[in-house]
Design a binder for this molecule. Structure first.
Ligand code: ADP
Ligand code: MG
Length: 256
């Protein structure tokens, strides 16, 4: 191909927003020439590169938008450390079927049992499946809502939170809300009911939720919606950190 034609082709590909094809054109053409590759195979290769590049960019964007505090993928979660976990249910969550079905997931248990880790890993799986995901602590979300209301921007924020396919609310119960905060959080959750999944991690049993939300009737209504067809995972095991520290101590003792 002569220089002028190559130049135009690259410009056209860019114009058509086929930037990976444009970028890879030289290399692919050279390889095709060296290997005696036909037009069809060359085009297949180039279009595959474009598709792969778009998928990678989309995943990066989903992960950035999700704002995970730490990127802890599934592979870093040691299932052998939590033999009490219902592995079948966990594997099912990995498939993201619950997101398609607009079901909720609730992780309950003591601090250190891996709730945030599991929620992050499942959130990353959701991103891989191209679901709009958002990770936020309950405390952070409530503050954001209160601020938005003060700035008369609440409707826009509520709309944004209703559009995620998966909303992960971390650490429910660590800090009680004000009445206003509880009402606003209730609004976010009510808007998502049967329209989008919510994943919650918390250290309190359902019986204690009234303490965080204050109002008994509101808590009952909230629990009713949240738990309807939800997957509930009771993390009854000991803290992973605690188990590790104990194991470390044991091994140092053994060294003495
Ligand atoms: P929680 O949110 O329940 O308080 P975290 O998810 O923050 O607990 O877990 C505490 C620490 O222990 C984190 O560093 C987490 O990555 C690690 N951890 C917990 N469970 C596991 C596990 N099964 N495999 C690997 N790391 C784990
Ligand atoms: Mg946590």
């Amino acid at each position: 191909m002569n220089e002028t034609a190559l130049f135009e082709l690259k410009a056209n590909l860019k114009d058509l927003k086929l930037s990976a094809m444009s970028r890879e054109l030289d290399t692919s053409l050279r390889q095709a020439k060296d290997n005696g590759m036909g037009y069809e195979d060359l085009l297949i290769d180039l279009t595959r590169l474009e598709i792969a590049s778009r998928a990678a960019n989309r995943l990066k964007r989903r992960i950035r938008e999700a704002r995970f505090p730490l990127l802890k993928p599934l592979e870093t979660f040691d299932l052998s450390a939590v033999p009490e976990l219902d592995i079948r249910m966990f594997r099912e969550l990995v498939t993201c079927e619950y997101i398609r079905e607009h079901r909720n997931v609730i992780f309950l248990g003591k601090s250190g049992t891996g709730k945030t880790h599991m929620a992050t890993a499942l959130g990353l799986e959701a991103c891989k499946n191209n679901y709009r995901t958002r990770f936020v602590t309950c405390y952070g979300l409530v503050n954001e809502l209160i601020e938005a209301r003060e700035e008369r921007d609440l409707q826009r924020l509520l709309k944004r939170y209703s559009r995620y396919d998966l909303l992960i609310l971390d650490e429910l119960g660590y800090i009680p809300f004000s009445k206003e905060g509880a009402e606003l959080l209730f609004q976010v959750l009510a808007e998502r009911y049967e329209k989008g999944s919510v994943m919650i991690t918390g250290n309190l049993g359902f019986a204690d939720w009234t303490r965080i939300f204050g109002d008994q009737a509101m808590t009952a209504a909230l629990l009713d919606r949240l738990t309807h067809k939800a997957k509930i995972i009771n993390c009854k095991w000991e803290s992973y950190r605690l188990k590790q520290s104990l194991a470390d101590q044991q091994s140092t003792k053994g060294d003495e």
